[in-house]
Ligand binder design. Structure first.
Ligand code: GRG
Length: 295
């Protein structure tokens, strides 16, 4: 694999802009305001970490390109919907996302609610289509539904909303993040793999360990960045956790131990990938990116 990681990632990010554009309804389709707002929420921003994970895992399991594109578009649409809803006044009440006004600020609250709803439906529609065998697609749809729902991302968000001002212990904090952020990162890895050849039980276990480590690492780093970076760098409001009295890795462990934990999780992720050897290079590089990112 000779392409440097940065060039590979930039290519996937650029490709995803085209793929997402193709899999979203056109802005000219009725109702135009809703479709414009859906495209505003999804296109032209974000690090595309989840699509990168889909493509990295898919490469390892020889997945066909169209199935990877659909999987990556589906998880990114679910992710974008979660950000739109999370930013609304009834949740985090934020004005800035991906360096631009949040959807309810740019449009209105009712539109933001519908954008999230419609993006979630669109994600499952896109994943349900394409040339993969029907039983494979059902397995993937089921995994995505589980990851996004009340036993995954939505459940984690519910726990998070209830935790404001409450002194969570570390295991509870971890469980909340495993659901809220980890579930979607994990399913990104799984969808990439499922789009390729059938997984052996030990391969599934190795991917699960990897996904668990990067899911937690992502959140530890998110907490570190919220405490240390500025809003312009992050493209979203910095310092919100402390302002909202939210329990975080930094508030519970302190900054230096949080940095050490992120590094340990990066090493755990690398270790989990050992059975795949050199072929898992992109997944290893993504673990590095997640821990070393500055935004
Ligand atoms: C509203 C159902 C519902 C769920 C919301 C993911 C989430 C659950 C809320 C987002 C709030 C938040 C800041 C979570 C911390 C981790 C996270 C998901 C950050 C944003 O993801 P990035 O950094 O964003 O991958 P980009 O913009 O790069 O795609």
């Amino acid at each position: 694999m000779s392409t440097p990681f940065a060039a590979w990632a930039e290519q996937v990010q650029a490709d995803m802009e085209v793929v997402l554009d193709r899999h979203l309804p056109p802005a000219s389709a009725l109702p135009t305001k809703l479709h414009q707002a859906m495209r505003y929420a999804v296109l032209g921003g974000g690090k595309r970490v989840r699509p990168l994970l889909v493509f990295a895992a898919g490469t390892l399991f020889d997945a066909p390109r169209d199935a990877l594109e659909r999987s990556a578009a589906a998880v990114e649409m679910i992710h974008a919907y979660s950000l739109v809803h999370d930013d609304m006044p009834c949740m985090d009440d934020d004005d800035l996302r991906r360096g631009k006004p949040t959807v309810h600020r740019q449009f209105d609250e009712a539109t933001a609610l519908l954008v999230g709803d419609a993006l979630q439906s669109q994600a499952f529609l896109v994943l349900s289509q394409g040339a993969l065998a029907p039983d494979r697609k059902v397995a993937m749809l089921s995994q995505l539904a589980h990851a996004a729902g009340s036993l995954g991302m939505c459940g984690g968000q519910a726990v998070d909303l209830d935790a404001v001002g409450i002194a969570l212990a570390l295991p509870e904090l971890e469980q909340m993040h495993r659901l809220k952020t980890g579930a979607l990162l994990r399913v990104s890895v799984l969808l990439g793999a499922y789009a390729g050849k059938a997984l052996q039980a030990d391969e599934q276990a190795a991917l699960d360990s990897y996904a668990d480590a990067i899911g937690l690492a992502f959140q530890v780093v998110d907490d570190i960045l919220d405490a240390t970076a500025d809003s312009a760098t992050l493209g979203k409001t910095a310092g919100k956790d402390a302002a909202h009295n939210k329990p975080t890795y930094v508030s519970i462990l302190g900054l230096q131990p949080s940095l050490a934990l992120a590094e340990k999780l990066r090493q755990d992720a690398h270790h989990a990938l050992q059975p795949f050897g050199e072929a898992a290079i992109r997944l290893r590089e993504l673990a590095d990116l997640i821990v070393q990112r500055k935004a």
